[in-house]
Design a protein around this ligand. Structure first.
Ligand SMILES: C[S@@+](CC[C@H](N)C(=O)[O-])C[C@H]1O[C@@H](n2cnc3c(N)ncnc32)[C@H](O)[C@@H]1O
Length: 268
């Protein structure tokens, strides 16, 4: 056990950090840091911090005079984050009920968590509440699946070989592709100058199999979908051929990913 996490939860957090962070999430942190105008000496909250990649990069921007807090409800993520970087404050909690006083932070950042927030309006109003007057927000959400072709291909295999429910589990992270709708959630919470820009970064997995297998064994069970070994083998054979287009010379799966960076300001 570590920080309230079971051994399995901690292993899941470590596994996320080892595979998904370098492959998919690390390339995005600089967009959030720039979008939130995070600067030396500031206090910054990373909401839905996962294993902490963004909070760690924010910390290298704010320096030792700043304060960086990472918050996430998943005990395994918080345990992995604090194992990797004990020098940051890691807090267990959900965005809908942030355990901070009003006006605590100069900036709030969040990457690829908003799609999972149960109550998005409450989440936005909590983020607005904890930002100081005139402080900045930056939130990343994935663009639609049309702009994220590799995941579109995996979903097609899941729909075909497993079930629509399995496909839907993988569609969830792409459910805020309409950035205008996400922007209006922040406007509704009282933010000013809410806007977005759409950016592309390269994802790079060791192999396409590693990527698909992690979704089958790690993500689908969170939705109550557990596949037999035979079914996993069948899906992997199918996805090998669908994803062949992304194979580089050394066997890595390399493909473009597209996301919206939403920025906004708390009224002064
Ligand atoms: C795809 S991960 C992104 C993690 C991290 N930001 C990164 O870039 O690696 C999504 C995270 O959202 C968190 N999450 C889900 N629901 C949440 C909620 N209601 N409040 C805060 N975080 C939440 C999950 O626990 C998970 O760690």
């Amino acid at each position: 056990m570590s920080k309230g996490a079971t051994k399995e939860e901690l292993e899941a957090g470590r596994g996320y950090e080892a595979l998904f962070v370098p492959a998919l999430f690390a390339p995005w942190t600089h967009h959030l840091i720039r979008g939130a105008r995070a600067a030396e000496g500031q206090s910054v909250l990373d909401v839905a911090c996962g294993s902490g990649v963004l909070a760690r990069d924010v910390r290298s921007r704010t320096g030792p005079a700043g304060r960086v807090v990472g918050l996430d409800p998943a005990p395994g993520m918080i345990a992995a984050a604090s194992e990797i970087e004990p020098g940051i404050e890691w807090v267990s909690g959900a965005v809908e009920d942030l355990p901070f006083e009003d006006g605590t932070f100069d900036c709030v950042v969040s990457q690829f968590g908003m799609m999972f927030f149960q109550d998005k309006a409450k989440a936005a109003s909590e983020m607005r509440r904890v930002i100081k007057p005139g402080g900045h927000l930056a939130v990343a959400v994935w663009n639609s699946l049309d702009s994220n072709p590799a995941y579109n291909d995996i979903i097609a295999v899941l729909d075909e070989r497993v079930s629509t429910e399995a496909g839907d589990a993988l569609r969830l992270p792409y459910s805020l592709g309409d950035a205008d709708a996400a922007v209006s959630v922040f406007e509704g919470a009282g933010f000013e100058a809410a806007a977005f820009e759409t950016r592309t970064e390269q994802a790079r997995f060791p192999t396409s199999r590693t990527m698909v297998e992690a979704e089958l064994r790690g993500w689908l069970p969170l939705f109550g979908i557990t596949l037999s070994e035979e079914k996993i083998a069948e899906v992997l054979v199918q996805s090998d051929s669908r994803l062949a287009a992304y194979a580089s010379g050394n066997g890595e799966a390399v493909f473009p990913t597209s996301a919206h960076i939403i920025t906004a300001k708390a009224p002064a």
